[in-house]
Design a protein around this ligand. Sequence first.
Ligand code: PLP
Length: 350
Amino acid sequence: MSQYAGMTQTETGAGVLCDLRSDTVTRPDDAMRQAMAAAEVGDDVYGEDPQVNQLEATLAERLGKEAGLFLPTGTQSNLTALLSHCGRGEEIITGRDYHVFKYEAAGASVLGGSALYPLEVQPGGGLDPAAIAAAVKPDDSHMPISRLLSLENTHNGQAISLEDMRAMTDAGRAAGLSLHLDGARFFNAITELGCSAPHLAVLFDTVSICLSKGLGAPAGSVLVGPSDLIARARRWRKMLGGGMRQSGVLAAAGLMALEQNVDRLAEDHARAATLADALRALGAGEVTQATNMVFFTPAEGQNAALQAHLAKAGVVIGAGDSGPIRLVLHKDVTDEGLNGAIAAFQTFFS
Ligand SMILES: *Cc1c(COP(=O)(O)O)cnc(C)c1O
């Protein structure tokens, strides 16, 4: 089970004041639920769901791509992209700590017969362009065929600059690789970078975006890219069991998320900075912060006691036995919740 799982409302005893485990815990608000209830729907496998069609077209246009595909999860969106780019005996070059390598159960290898070749992730969240170039295999029957470079932005909350992204994608393009971006938190990245969506998306053939994290929809991801590749991806989605029929109730939530929850991501980043400052002021351990995430490393052996102390104040965190604790800000953490969390950290360390 995930280290972030298992702290439910009943276990904490108190009502949950703020849940800092992940931005996946966000819940649809009243306006979103109304949009879901009112959604006109059809059978999306027949291409007849107006909300799904609108969501796919909206995100494709917003990122400057030809077409989009709505999928139930980010994992299926990435998997569908990898399967569409890459076949048996071909290779995907990616990062050792990237989601597609570390947290997606090697789906592209299991289901597509592709090899995942992981490179060391640099402190800033990117890969070394020279290492990308060196990883590309020559045309030699001993070796897999290097086909795809799969990158991630944000990575652990870190927004990687356009300049650094371009250095990586240039290295991939020069070697003839196709390019995929796991942009689960794409809008956090461009909010931090201060660039438009196409500025980042143009570097890639395909981009996957999660609607169910900071954007606050209950489920769903969208893959955008060229029409021919998205047509192949649609076949993979069906094969993987991701053709969802009247999924317009979910797509309506996604459209609402794009409308009301993109511009406010900067608030989450600001609250993360406030939390990081407050934790630094405690002098109780190393603190790093980027976009909506804070990583706090208390002294060895304190994680469990800290988690239990915070839970009594209704502050839910996901602390493993040791090492950095990830604290994630999102739209359901209010200033009241944030202040309560800071106060609870202060009482633990005072
Ligand atoms: C959350 C996430 C995904 C997709 O996760 P799902 O839970 O399948 O939606 C993919 N990549 C990154 C970087 C993520 O954070």
